[in-house]
Design a protein around this ligand. Structure first.
Ligand code: PLP
Length: 398
């Protein structure tokens, strides 16, 4: 049994999109990767042990789905959110979160239909909608006094404009906010009023700063759950994105039937990911201590960067957060054309960051930094950002 402490993965021999791919693309030997939403930490020991046990048996054929998979999900949702689902009838598996989103969109809407999203949000929300000939209706979050909130009047107008789906992200990437019960109640009430289905992407629901609560919107009450499909994976919280495994929870049998019909159309209903199921069981049964330690480290990293910005980069700010492993950084005061921001940081500082301009309305002038890295990398990244800030402020932008 490995210990449960956080370790950095040994980079040698790895071929990660976040690091090796970016290094090959840029040819910068001193590159720092804060982009792709993966962690630099090793997966939790108990999860690696469980995966090794399966591999050691030497058979990776189509697995049957055992009760322990459903039981692990049931017990997990009950303990983290007080949500008591019948997992055997309400859970279905998929390859990834976005594949699930595709299945839901494909089965519940037709080309030209509208889907409402709260922006800024991960760029794939808009691209997946657009690439499937549906229309993304952007409802920008309101940022004021270092806090994001929903403009409910605008949200109602967006939903009432003929939206078929409200695509929620909880906790929200990139702002790092786990939606509170009262916020979710207001969103749900509007979806009920305008007969809109809720598709909730809760892939970051394990990444909560200490004392932050997670409320799945479907757990509010049965009426909300009847119109909701929630998407989960161990991928982001336990660093297992490469397993390509996710699952949904849909308590409404009609929605579940439509979803599984869509899986059938893609031949995704037959055969499951044996390693994905194993990882899920281990994560929910055995990795609680590891996750607590991870979340404490991410909070520490977020505090560090916020303080660093405050002390060294007047006019810039790290937006306060309670979840995910992102620091959402306000660099608007530099006045750099938004689409150039991450490009300049990459060329001048050899640092990969996500550009807020790609994340929809409200993202211009912000960057997203992935905090799931070593303190050493973070310190070096902070120093390079300060260098960038000083250089461009002196250039007369401020
Ligand atoms: C909010 C959100 N959902 C889903 C994904 C990707 O999930 P998957 O790889 O399972 O499709 C990401 C990746 O960054 C994400 O940020």
């Amino acid at each position: 049994m490995r210990d449960s402490h956080l370790h950095l993965a040994a980079a040698e021999g790895l071929a990660r999109l976040k690091w090796e791919w970016e290094e090959e693309r840029t040819h910068y030997p001193d590159l720092l990767g804060f982009g792709t939403a993966d962690m630099d930490y090793m997966c939790p020991g108990p999860m690696l042990d469980a995966l090794s046990e399966v591999i050691e048996k030497g058979h990776l054929g189509y697995p049957m789905v055992r009760d322990e998979f459903y039981d692990a999900i049931h017990d997990h949702l009950l303990s983290v959110a007080g949500w008591d689902i019948d997992a055997r009838t309400s859970v279905a598996q998929n390859v990834g979160i976005y594949t699930s989103a595709w299945n839901i969109i494909e089965t519940l809407t037709k080309p030209g239909d509208r889907i409402t999203i709260l922006t800024p949000v991960h760029m794939c929300f808009r691209s997946l909608i657009r690439l499937n000939d549906r229309v993304a209706i952007e409802c920008p979050l309101v940022y004021s006094n270092g806090k994001y909130s929903v403009d409910y009047q605008n949200l109602e107008a967006c939903l009432a404009s003929g939206s078929r789906i409200f695509w929620l992200c909880n906790p929200h990437n990139p702002i790092g906010h786990a939606w509170k019960r009262d916020e979710l109640e207001r969103m749900a009430e509007l979806c009920i009023r305008h007969d809109v289905v809720i598709m909730s992407d809760d892939v970051y629901s394990g990444l909560l700063f200490p004392a932050t609560a997670y409320t799945p919107i479907a757990s509010l009450d049965r009426q909300v759950s009847e119109r909701t499909i929630t998407m989960y994976s161990t991928s982001k919280s336990y660093n297992s994105t490469g397993l390509r495994h996710s699952f949904i929870v849909a308590e409404n049998p009609e929605l579940m039937k439509l979803y599984t019909d869509s899986l059938q159309r893609l031949q995704l209903a037959y055969g499951k990911n044996i390693l994905g199921m194993t990882a899920t069981i281990a994560a929910y049964r055995k990795c609680g201590a590891w996750l607590d330690e991870l979340n404490a480290q991410i909070k520490k990293n977020h505090d560090y960067l916020s303080k660093y910005f405050h002390e060294n980069m007047p006019g810039a700010a790290v937006v306060p957060s309670d979840s995910t492993y992102f620091a959402w950084c306000d660099m608007r005061a530099l006045g750099i054309p938004p689409r150039q921001l991450s490009y300049l940081i990459e060329c001048e500082e050899h640092m990969i960051v996500e550009n807020g301009a790609e994340l929809g309305k409200g993202g211009n002038g912000f960057i997203r930094i992935n905090l799931a890295t070593s303190e050493k990398n973070l310190r070096e990244g902070a120093s390079r950002l300060r260098h960038f800030w000083n250089k461009h402020s002196e250039g007369g932008c401020l």
